[in-house]
Design a protein around this ligand. Structure first.
Ligand code: SF4
Ligand code: FE
Length: 492
């Protein structure tokens, strides 16, 4: 099959009977729902750019399984050059959407699962790797979106999965049958779940033997019985429900999406099970997936950062402040921070290595350093953007006021005329364009896209402490001590 267009992808979603709930009600036509559609548009762009000759080299790759051209989001990385292209593709999509475009979780899950199943089979004599290759081939051939899902609700953080008061707080196997398994539990704040055709589920942490029923991995179509999703709301999201909303949305076309994904006793046939109680490989799968996704942030957040820097510079122009030396310096600082994140994304890719299964893994230490920086620098970038934008970013009247012709006051002017009079700034700049850029910054810094830039930079792909644990493990202090001893002439 050839690659789908964005429009074909959107039509393919309509054929699914995915159960979606929002504001306490079922959403039947979730494809056209104004709060959900921007996230679908992001995914559609991952299809359309793959058809664009300008981007085909970044957006597609040659499958090692079939030799066919596939979307890079369903590719198994075959070299460090592939890893670098992945980051560049993510920066491009961040630039084009100013949002989380969601398709990377599946790509990162594919690559982690591919290498882990190989090593699992080698140790346990299981047959997961061939099964998984067949599954990836099916996804590549049909150009589907797969939602890689890892994060469980986790309940009481002080105890293990099997010690929870409610055993469902981590997703688990509740029944093993001859033809498959039955699973129960949930995945939380799951990126891009509703607009995916398929879900690839992984355990959320390393497991011990006592928790082996939680060491489970499988793939499932979005609309199977017992699977449903509760849409996560975002700051300012109901603006999207306002009549003729445009300027006030900041980013009308694109947005991210997170949901609570519930598995209420869902049957998984054997050919879609890729880990079933092999608890000793749970940690490897988590570490590899997290590593890839921490690399990813050195691309996607950088692309969004590019747009923020551009918007801040525009806001300065519109305010007539562009010549001020402190504005220039703030833009330099934002660029420095943003490019530092990119350096980390590229570095952990360039230092990648072949796994035993043959696909390429990133350098884990550098990927964790990348994500640790992402928990900090975007906050400073946003702080500087807000500094440059000015307070109007959060105090401006609504779009309806700017457009209102209701006459108020004593001089016969409308609300719109008053707003345009008092919010005019640099000569030649329309107040509408000034509003647009400020609302855009509001959307990324504080509004619905803040999910995908600010807080996701903190917690997505693992909270800061998770990276610090990995940095401690990978940092090799013992070897560094030896270096110091040699040069200092220390003989113990
Ligand atoms: Fe992709 Fe970034 Fe969204 Fe993760 S946070 S799915 S890497 S865009
Ligand atoms: Fe994320």
């Amino acid at each position: 099959m050839t690659l789908m267009t964005g429009a074909q992808y959107i039509e393919s979603l309509r054929k699914l009977n995915t159960k979606v709930y929002l504001f306490g009600e079922e959403v039947k036509n979730w494809v056209d729902h104004p709060m959900i559609r921007p996230s679908i548009n992001c995914l559609a762009l991952t299809y359309d750019l793959a058809q664009d000759p300008q981007y085909v080299d970044l957006m597609t790759a040659k499958s090692n399984l079939t030799g066919n051209t596939v979307n890079r989001f369903s590719h198994l990385h075959q070299s460090t050059a592939d890893l670098v292209k992945k980051v560049k593709m993510q920066r491009l999509l961040g630039q084009k959407t100013a949002s989380c475009f969601q398709r990377c979780v599946g790509m990162d899950a594919f690559n982690a699962m591919f290498s882990t199943t190989y090593e699992m089979d080698k140790k346990h004599g299981t047959q997961y790797h061939d099964r998984f290759k067949k599954y990836v081939t099916y996804i590549q051939d049909n150009d589907l979106v797969v939602d890689g899902a890892m994060t469980d609700p986790k309940g009481d953080r002080g105890v293990s999965p099997s010690q929870q008061r409610d055993p469902d707080l981590f997703l688990r196997i509740v029944e093993k049958r001859a033809d498959g398994i039955v699973v129960r539990g949930a995945k939380c704040h799951q990126t891009g779940s509703i607009n995916s055709h398929e879900h690839l589920i992984m355990p959320t942490q390393a497991m011990t033997e006592a928790d082996k029923s939680y060491a489970v991995s499988f793939a499932i179509q979005s609309d199977v019985p017992g699977l449903f999703m509760v849409y996560g709301r975002q700051s300012c999201d109901t603006r999207k429900l306002e009549k003729d909303a445009d300027v006030d949305l900041g980013n009308k076309q694109f947005g991210g999406q997170e949901a609570l994904v519930v598995f209420d006793d869902v049957f998984i046939p054997n050919d879609r099970v890729f880990m079933c109680e092999e608890y000793d490989f749970s940690g490897m799968l988590v570490e590899r997936f997290a590593g890839y996704h921490r690399q990813s942030y050195g691309g996607c957040k950088v692309g969004v950062g590019d747009v923020i820097i551009g918007a801040a510079a525009l806001a300065a122009d519109y305010n007539g402040a562009q010549k001020a030396s402190h504005i220039k310096d703030k833009l330099i600082e934002m660029t420095h921070l943003n490019e530092t994140l990119y350096c980390c994304g590229i570095a952990c890719s360039a230092e990648g290595y072949a796994t035993e299964a043959g696909n390429y893994q990133i350098d884990l230490l550098l990927a964790n350093v990348c994500k640790q920086n992402v928990t900090r620098f975007p906050y400073e970038i946003v702080r500087l953007a807000e500094d440059i934008a000015g307070g109007l970013m959060v105090t401006m009247p609504s779009e309806q006021d700017f457009k209102s012709d209701l006459k108020v006051g004593q001089s016969g002017k409308s609300i719109g005329e008053w707003c345009n009079k008092f919010f005019a700034a640099a000569p030649g700049v329309t107040t509408e364009n000034r509003m647009r850029v400020l609302r855009f910054l509001e959307n990324i810094c504080l509004g619905s896209s803040a999910v995908g830039y600010r807080t996701e930079s903190m917690h997505g792909a693992g909270s800061p402490q998770a990276q610090r644990i990995m940095i401690a493990r990978q940092g090799n202090i013992a070897q560094k001590k030896e270096l110091a001893k040699v040069l200092a002439g220390i003989k113990e």
